[in-house]
Design a protein around this ligand. Structure first.
Ligand SMILES: [Mg+2]
Length: 407
């Protein structure tokens, strides 16, 4: 077990309901149900803790909630407003760590690191987060902290609402042992029922029985569930940037190209465009591919892995020209279309820390040029794609990059 790891699980309390109270303080302390009009056919999206006391839960039909608590206040869902608050929540989280994985609109796990001093540093980070969310958003967030994701999540579940629970290294199994099996993420009501039939009620009991017995309930996941029940979970926190698998551009020419100089120039332009888009997305890439369509419509591709990841159009062009010229040497025909594509993409900011500052300076310069180019494009034509160009979309990697730019 890596005792130095610290994972923080953050979960906003009764988020939609709390968001409604935030803008309508007169609702504070009342049973509040977000998710539809009374008498409607909808389900409960979120219920305040006052409403939960009546047995109301997310996913329950509104009519049933009405029967349980007729005096509750029912409000429709306002996603646009919740998303706005969630974006502010994300911004606060990304100040705390560059490794944030968003699990849902109001829930995330963060890797604190690299080697925090237990328990002082993780605890201080948790308190800081809770204070900031309270002060800046007017919402309460519950925090669980442990050496891995599973234990941090369960700790947060137990600390709800408005709490902080820290499980120190070495105490994972002891902490989980007395809990009912369905406290473990991944064990739903069906699995819990089948485990009860086997006489297994607590996570401690689950951890004791041989994993192959668990196959009847969990199939291939048996080993994994068995490990988790002991508080072992090596899964990393992976910032989901919804990164594309590859970025590239291609172009069909008005007339077929035969001159090497023309082909080189076209590949440079395509490479530059590709690199600019990668930087806008906050991604670097390592595999360069070219696509060449000849005048007889024969279409061929070739790719090369670079020695290290790049964000530089010149490096991409150099590889692309080499690959395209190989194909031209073999086929000796005029070219109708050229394409450049970069794959092997990874978030830029996460990698940057590993490098020396020179590429960083180069990056900042390139980004400054990108902004000029984007401004020029915006002034010139409406051809730019929505979602890119001037403003950089917000994301953990991008936030870090823009923080570096501000320095
Ligand atoms: Mg929540």
């Amino acid at each position: 077990m890596d005792a130095q790891r610290a994972v923080l699980h953050a979960d906003l309390d009764a988020f939609f309901a709390a968001a409604e109270v935030r803008r309508r303080p007169e609702l504070a302390g009342k049973p509040l149900i977000v998710g539809g009009r009374p008498g409607g056919r909808g389900v409960v999206s979120s219920a305040s803790y006052e409403a939960r006391r009546y047995g109301i839960r997310s996913g329950m039909p509104i009519r049933q909630a009405e029967r349980l608590c007729p005096q509750a206040v029912f409000l429709p869902v306002d996603f646009a407003y919740y998303r706005e608050l969630a974006a502010q929540f994300r911004a606060i989280l990304s100040d705390l760590s560059s490794l944030v994985e968003h699990l849902s609109i109001d829930e995330a796990c963060l890797e604190l690191g690299p080697a925090p001093r237990w328990p002082e540093e993780p605890a201080a980070a948790g308190r800081r987060l809770r204070q900031r969310v309270r002060a800046e958003l007017g919402l309460s967030v519950t925090v669980g902290i442990a050496t891995n994701r599973t234990v941090a999540k369960v700790a947060a579940d137990l600390a709800k609402p408005d709490g902080l629970r820290l499980i120190p290294p070495g105490q994972e199994a002891t902490f989980l042992a007395p809990l009912p099996v369905d406290y473990l993420p991944g064990i739903g009501p069906n699995a819990a029922r089948r485990l009860r039939e086997l006489g297994v009620r607590t996570l401690g009991q689950l951890a004791q029985i041989p994993p192959y017995w668990l196959r009847v309930v969990f199939g291939r996941r048996a080993e994994e569930v068995h490990q988790r029940a002991q508080g072992i979970d090596p899964r990393p926190v992976t910032p989901e940037e919804r990164a594309p698998k590859s970025i590239g551009h291609e172009r069909t020419f008005h007339r077929d190209l035969s001159e090497r100089s023309e082909i080189r120039q076209a590949l440079r332009e395509l490479s530059e465009k590709t690199a600019r888009e990668m930087r806008l997305e906050g991604l670097q890439g390592q595999v360069v591919s070219v696509k060449v369509r000849f005048d007889d419509f024969t279409t061929l591709g070739r790719q090369r892995r670079l020695a290290r990841p790049t964000i530089d159009g010149r490096e991409i062009a150099e590889a692309a020209v080499g690959l395209a010229f190989e194909l031209l040497d073999e086929w000796r025909r005029p070219v109708r279309l050229l394409g450049v594509r970069v794959s092997g993409l990874a978030p830029l900011a996460v990698q940057l820390a590993l490098f020396d500052p020179r590429p960083l300076r180069a990056l900042l310069l390139l980004r400054a040029l990108d902004r000029l180019a984007a401004r020029r494009d915006a002034a010139g034509a409406s051809s730019r794609r929505p979602g890119t160009a001037l403003g950089y979309p917000v994301g953990p990697a991008r936030l870090l990059v823009s923080a570096l730019e501000r320095r």
